[in-house]
Design a binder for this molecule. Structure first.
Ligand SMILES: C[S@@+](CC[C@H](N)C(=O)[O-])C[C@H]1O[C@@H](n2cnc3c(N)ncnc32)[C@H](O)[C@@H]1O
Length: 255
């Protein structure tokens, strides 16, 4: 797992992927208001990637910390955040090692990053650490791919082109292992290097695990969280259904 989001980082940043966290950023204020969660203060964005969400939050007055295990994703995040002229903190680490105490008003983790935790014990441990990192009344918001998402949505095509431009070709080959509740994407990248007048080929395998929504909720509650909502559609703020491809959790550390 440690080698993912290395060559892919550049392709991620150049492609449409950052649109996801831009969209979440735009919807966030209404969620914070509806669930009476902090609307200013200190934010920790786990698995912050190339920093699009952090950039929006920083420009909106939040004090931001981003954490990600990928040095290449963080390099892009740093360049993006420096452009704002404001101060920020970026940490290269595995989210399973989180060790803050009572520091943040909000912790977020977007775009199914928690699905990369392949052991239930790791998910539970991360939830406990997020709980510790939050101040009382602090909010924890994240999304995860559901079982339906990984085993139906991801598997719709045996192979497909995810991005194609004059200088980039990104091919996805999905597969799944029902016994382990895991699905993998073999991502094959062809990236043009104009200076050397050649194409480079890279490959990454991204494996995610889906957890039943009730199990995620009970892990949150075991960590001490109160679950305020479990949404299937963020725009409509409607409840998650068994056929939702993605689930959005909104949780709070009690006072
Ligand atoms: C799909 S990207 C999402 C990035 C960002 N949250 C966004 O919305 O664009 C998944 C991110 O999770 C990070 N990641 C995966 N497992 C991680 C772990 N155990 N600890 C820290 N970061 C992790 C990857 O490096 C990658 O940047």
């Amino acid at each position: 797992m440690s080698e993912i989001y290395q060559q892919f980082a550049e392709v991620y940043r150049r492609g449409s992927y950052p649109e996801f966290s831009k969209w979440v950023f735009n919807l966030l204020p209404s969620l914070l208001e509806k669930y009476a969660l902090p609307r200013s203060g200190k934010l920790l964005d786990l698995a912050c990637g190339e920093g699009t969400f952090l950039e929006g939050m920083l420009l909106n007055g939040w004090q931001v910390t981003g954490l990600d295990q990928s040095s290449n994703m963080l390099r892009f995040a740093e360049a993006r955040l420096k452009n704002t002229g404001k101060s920020f903190r970026l940490i290269q680490d595995d989210m399973r090692n989180l060790s803050f105490e009572n520091e943040f008003d909000l912790v977020t983790c977007w775009f199914d990053s928690l699905n990369y935790l392949l052991e239930l014990a790791d998910l539970e441990n991360t939830f406990r650490r997020v709980f510790r990192a939050l101040k009382p009344n602090g909010g924890f918001l994240f999304d995860m791919n559901t079982l339906y998402g990984l085993f139906v949505r991801w598997q719709q095509h045996p192979v497909y082109i995810s991005q194609e431009t004059d200088d980039l070709l990104e091919i996805h080959i999905p597969s799944c292992d029902y016994e382990k509740s895991e699905a993998s994407l073999r991502i094959i990248l062809f990236v043009r290097d104009d200076q050397k007048n050649q194409w480079n080929r890279w490959e990454e395998i991204h494996t995610q695990r889906a957890y039943p929504m009730d199990l995620i909720q009970s892990a949150l509650e075991k960590a001490g969280f109160q679950v305020l909502a479990r949404l299937g559609n963020l725009t409509e703020q409607s409840p998650a259904l068994p056929s939702s491809g993605r689930v959005w959790f909104i949780a709070q550390k009690p006072a």
